[in-house]
Design a protein around this ligand. Structure first.
Ligand SMILES: C[S@@+](CC[C@H](N)C(=O)[O-])C[C@H]1O[C@@H](n2cnc3c(N)ncnc32)[C@H](O)[C@@H]1O
Length: 258
């Protein structure tokens, strides 16, 4: 089973700038079953999958919801969250589910007021028909969030929608390099295609640009744990933590903007 970090294919730098939507090319992107029984998508042009082949749901839960969202909300219950890139929306869906569960559990205990303002960047949005076939709603038992998930995919570009009292969602059809904001982020899910597949997203300049979009003490989580990547993060001004990865991998990275 290939690891996302090990895939290698030389691509022109602007391959995603000119990306053709999968809805126009149904035969190009295929559903790929991962080891935990959940599905992901495989892009043959990039020779990469949208999630770890060892488990799409396991990765979303461990790297993004666990090491990212749960960790951040425990310190700061009202946050702005940026995802690079939105893709199938699995990380976003599981984040909404986590916040809903927290609200229901916490309300009787501490009365914590959670609020998450999520912004997902996605230059090549997927057709919801294809995403639905992945079966995420059934897999994570999120039937009551089915309409929310559809709205995530079908909402107007750059319009913030209120998916619940505690979760606000916005999607921007743009690339990281073209995105800049004054409303800085407390948490970043850095879930780009692998460095060897899409190297332009992992350069020190790209990471420095990301750093500028974050609040001091803001947290960035990613599945990638490459040495050069971590050295670049330190050079830019992140404090880097190595954390155990989901089953099948060795490590993941969590970085704090200092
Ligand atoms: C590994 S997949 C992410 C999977 C996604 N987080 C999910 O839960 O399905 C990488 C995503 O980044 C998007 N992407 C590609 N280039 C990008 C860029 N320059 N800026 C932001 N997102 C980009 C891709 O289209 C793809 O959807």
């Amino acid at each position: 089973m290939e690891n996302r970090q090990e895939n290698y294919l030389e691509l022109p730098e602007n391959v995603l700038e000119n990306a053709v939507l999968p809805s126009n090319l149904p035969s190009k992107i295929s559903i790929y079953p991962t080891k935990d029984g959940s599905n992901t998508l495989r892009n043959p042009l990039l020779n990469d999958t949208y999630h770890s082949r060892d488990g799409a749901v396991a990765e979303a839960l461990h790297v993004y919801v666990g090491a990212g969202l749960a960790h951040t909300l425990a310190k700061k219950p009202q946050i702005r969250l940026l995802e690079i890139g939105f893709g199938t929306g699995l990380n976003a869906l599981m984040s909404l589910q986590y916040v809903q569960n927290q609200v229901e559990n916490e309300i009787n205990k501490t009365n914590t007021t959670f609020s998450v303002h999520y912004v997902g960047l996605e230059p090549a949005p997927l057709d919801y028909g294809l995403v639905k076939e992945l079966g995420y709603i059934e897999k994570i038992n999120a039937h009551r969030l089915e309409t929310h998930f559809r709205m995530m995919h079908e909402c107007e570009n750059e319009a913030e929608i209120e998916l619940s009292e505690n979760f606000f969602f916005q999607k921007e059809q743009t690339q990281l390099a073209k995105f800049a904001t004054k409303n800085l982020f407390d948490l970043v899910y850095f879930d780009a295609f692998a460095p060897r597949v899409q190297p332009e997203l992992w350069t020190i300049d790209a990471l420095a640009h990301l750093h500028q979009q974050m609040n001091t003490q803001g947290i960035m989580v990613t599945y990638c744990a490459k040495g050069q990547f971590k050295r670049d993060l330190r050079a830019i001004g992140f404090e880097v933590e190595r954390l155990p990865a989901p089953k099948g991998r060795q490590e993941m990275t969590r970085a704090v903007k200092i």
